[in-house]
Design a protein around this ligand. Structure first.
Ligand SMILES: *[C@@H]1O[C@H](CO)[C@@H](O)[C@H](O)[C@H]1NC(C)=O
Ligand SMILES: *[C@@H]1O[C@H](CO)[C@@H](O)[C@H](O)[C@H]1NC(C)=O
Ligand SMILES: *[C@@H]1O[C@H](CO)[C@@H](O)[C@H](O)[C@H]1NC(C)=O
Ligand SMILES: *[C@@H]1O[C@H](CO)[C@@H](O)[C@H](O)[C@H]1NC(C)=O
Ligand SMILES: *[C@@H]1O[C@H](CO)[C@@H](O)[C@H](O)[C@H]1NC(C)=O
Ligand SMILES: *[C@@H]1O[C@H](CO)[C@@H](O)[C@H](O)[C@H]1NC(C)=O
Length: 641
């Protein structure tokens, strides 16, 4: 959503504008197209200077330009949403509400209590003028991006920003760790010429003695990524933030009774839906499934209702029902995560409003296509010329009379099937299935112009594949079928729901099966705990930068604090059963939810990662490993592909 930035310099240094260049301004502005403002503050004794830059995407309440400044010259930049925890009225702006609470804080502990209360995604920068303190940080999961840059010179500049541009020269940016929030005493920095960070970590319980060890661990971890000349300290009274979720329940319960009644070897893909039915016949399972539906439903409801719709209301009378404008879109593969989110969104989005299902496909190479999705047609010779797509690649299949398109990737096919299920679930809803076809040329061009800056500072082949897929999907430019004809369409929805977090919590990845086979449930518990702990640095900062670039906001129902707490309360055996086949065992509880919501085949689709489902991973080099550094992300040559 919003783009925020702050650059602090000492007088001995080059100007503020050195770090804050036009490219960065442009990237920030794309995130917040509705209002852009700059503010420069100089300490009264001229010992330091700060530039604040705020770019707002208007989604709720009254448009509130940033940076905000109060009577005491304190300044606040906010890139987030309060979904719960602190009351925000319909007509209020959450930025002002938090700033007002900050003004009332009389000490550090008060500030930490305030941020511990918030439920929702956020990153912020707060300049507390009276104390010469600069506070900043990200929410517990790191759902909003924030990068920092330290000068390698002892008294150099310090920069914070939602997004940066990759540059060969100069100091590198890194993601601000989401393991706590930070404070810099600017006065002390200016006086001693040495920048020191105070760190306030997230913990489950602040008071306990045992917390000491945890502190030292987190402190070590954060320190190790900092330049050597930047010390990281904690407040001597060990002040910390209270985690917004409960810890993971690692109880390993007795083999679940249901397993005994299911003949595992008998389960075929065809039988899978019935298998789910058998699980649901057990009262205990069914109860948990309904609790999960309730808590996830609330999370989706908050995320689809907390946005500005008034414009729609005013003009409703002149618009025919079928011409409503979509406000909510779902990143949509037709897999169980996106199907459940779409089905729950349908319960709350006003009926006259369409829901956009964003489905991305990268042009397939012939070989990939024959092996993959069109098994039925393998004996047909299909010759595809990669560079003259899309026209030449549509060949009529003589047998079926249907079209084979090089964009018929696995996610497109499951997406279409998913659309049918949703249409059956609610025939009066307009479901816009947005087919987003991306050619290699367009991929290269957009990567160079935008996407590599957004992925930065991440840099692997996997980041490149996922980042590009999500960028094109969330842009929402493609075509939809209207009265049987494909028409160009651009999704106007500012809110984009994504299913991220389901696989990490419910053992959805194939590496979880490997882990389970090797180390059992105990090992799997550890793996899942570790993965949720690193989701900020692996995924969420990147995804926020990518989706925010379109002036849209990513919302993550599976990472709602209440959803995570509910899932954390359950032992692993209630969430997944990796002794069962793919398509059933992983994310079992979510499949049961899908079945209860009335979904069918989509409930038992095995996990397929977006880079494979959309075929982007097949489009370019096949010989790379996902963890390799991606050469395409470096901008050094004009065209390195
Ligand atoms: C922001 O919200 C506050 C609290 O509701 C309201 O009083 C104020 O008018 C709003 N500010 C702007 C600039 O819209
Ligand atoms: C400004 O500072 C004074 C003195 O520190 C304090 O009493 C007052 O509450 C502050 N006002 C705001 C709006 O923060
Ligand atoms: C640490 O926190 C305590 C309690 O809020 C406060 O009195 C003290 O000033 C803080 N120390 C520093 C160095 O800010
Ligand atoms: C499981 O196997 C038993 C014995 O082999 C059989 O009686 C029962 O019908 C099977 N159950 C299912 C659900 O196939
Ligand atoms: C996009 O690809 C689909 C095949 O998945 C094809 O039916 C459709 O016509 C393509 N759209 C455009 C605009 O090329
Ligand atoms: C963990 O799961 C076990 C088994 O279901 C349950 O008895 C226990 O209450 C759970 N613990 C917490 C803290 O939720």
């Amino acid at each position: 959503m919003c783009g925020i930035c702050c650059v602090v310099t000492l007088p001995s240094q080059h100007t503020v504008h050195h770090s804050f260049n036009a490219d960065m301004h442009c990237c920030l502005r794309r995130r917040g197209p509705d209002s852009s403002q700059q503010l420069i503050k100089t300490a009264s004794d001229l010992s330091y200077k700060c530039l604040f830059s705020g770019h707002v995407l208007h989604l709720r309440g009254v448009l509130t330009p940033q940076p905000l400044e109060d009577a005491n010259n304190s300044i606040f930049l906010w890139n987030g949403e309060i979904f719960n925890g602190l009351p925000v009225g319909d007509t209020e702006n959450d930025t002002e509400v938090i700033f007002h609470h900050l003004e009332l804080c009389s000490n550090e502990a008060d500030i930490l209590s305030l941020f511990s209360l918030l439920r929702g995604p956020w990153s912020f920068i707060y300049y507390q003028a009276s104390k010469h303190s600069l506070w900043f940080g990200r929410d517990y999961f790191g759902r909003r991006s924030l990068l920092w840059q330290f000068s390698d010179k002892i008294d150099g500049a310090f920069c914070l920003t939602s997004v940066s541009v990759y540059s060969e020269s100069g100091n590198q940016y890194q993601e601000v760790p989401a393991s706590g929030i930070f404070k810099i005493d600017l006065k002390a920095w200016a006086t001693t010429k040495s920048l020191s960070l105070t760190f306030f970590p997230w913990t489950y319980s602040c008071s306990e003695k045992t917390a000491e060890e945890i502190f030292i661990n987190v402190l070590d971890q954060v320190s190790k990524d900092l330049p050597n000349h930047i010390p990281l300290v904690m407040n001597e009274s060990k002040l910390c933030l209270r985690a917004p979720v409960i810890p993971l329940n690692k109880t390993i319960s007795e083999a679940s009774d249901e397993c005994a009644s299911t003949n595992i070897s008998d389960i075929t893909p065809m039988a899978s839906v019935e298998t789910l039915q058998e699980f649901l016949a057990k009262g205990h399972r069914k109860k948990l499934v309904h609790q999960f539906i309730d808590v996830l439903n609330e999370a989706v409801k908050r995320r689809v209702l907390l946005l500005f719709r008034n414009e729609e209301r005013e003009t409703r009378e002149v618009q025919s029902l079928s011409h409503g404008k979509a406000h909510v879109a779902v990143l949509f593969s037709g897999g169980v995560d996106s199907m459940v989110i779409a089905a729950l969104a349908d319960r709350h989005v006003p009926l006259e409003e369409p829901i956009d299902l964003l489905n991305v496909a990268f042009m397939m190479k012939e070989q990939a296509k024959q092996k993959g999705t069109t098994k039925k047609h393998t004996n047909q010779k299909i010759r595809l010329d990669l560079h003259s797509c899309p026209e030449s690649c549509k060949e009529t299949d003589a047998k079926t009379g249907g079209h084979l398109s090089c964009f018929d990737v696995p996610d497109r096919i499951t997406g279409r099937a998913g659309l049918k299920e949703l249409e059956a679930l609610n025939p009066s809803r307009i479901w816009n299935f947005v087919e987003i076809n991306v050619t290699l040329e367009e991929l290269k061009e957009m990567r160079q112009q935008h996407i590599n800056h957004l992925i930065y500072p991440l840099d692997t082949v996997l980041d490149d594949s996922i980042g590009c897929a999500i960028w094109f999907a969330s842009r929402g430019e493609g075509s939809i079928s209207k009265q049987g004809e494909m028409k160009p369409y651009k999704s106007p929805a500012k809110v984009v729901l994504t299913g991220i977090g389901a696989d990490e919590q419910l053992a959805g990845y194939s590496r979880h099966r490997v882990c389970f086979k090797k180390y059992g449930l105990e090992g799997l518990n550890k793996e899942l705990e570790m993965e949720l702990g690193r989701i900020s640095s692996r995924n969420l900062g990147r995804d926020d930068r990518i989706i925010g670039d379109h002036g849209k906001e990513a919302r993550f129902p599976f990472l709602d604090e209440d959803v995570v707490s509910f899932l954390n309360s359950l032992p692993i055996s209630e969430k997944a059963d990796l002794t069962l086949p793919r398509g059933i065992g992983e994310k079992l509880i979510l499949r049961l939810v899908a079945k209860e919501l009335g979904l069918q085949a989509s409930a038992v689709l095995p996990k397929r990662a977006v880079q494979f489902g959309s075929r982007i991973a097949k489009l370019e080099s096949n010989s790379e490993k996902a963890s390799d550094t991606c050469s395409r992300l470096k901008l050094l040559s004009v065209d390195e592909l």
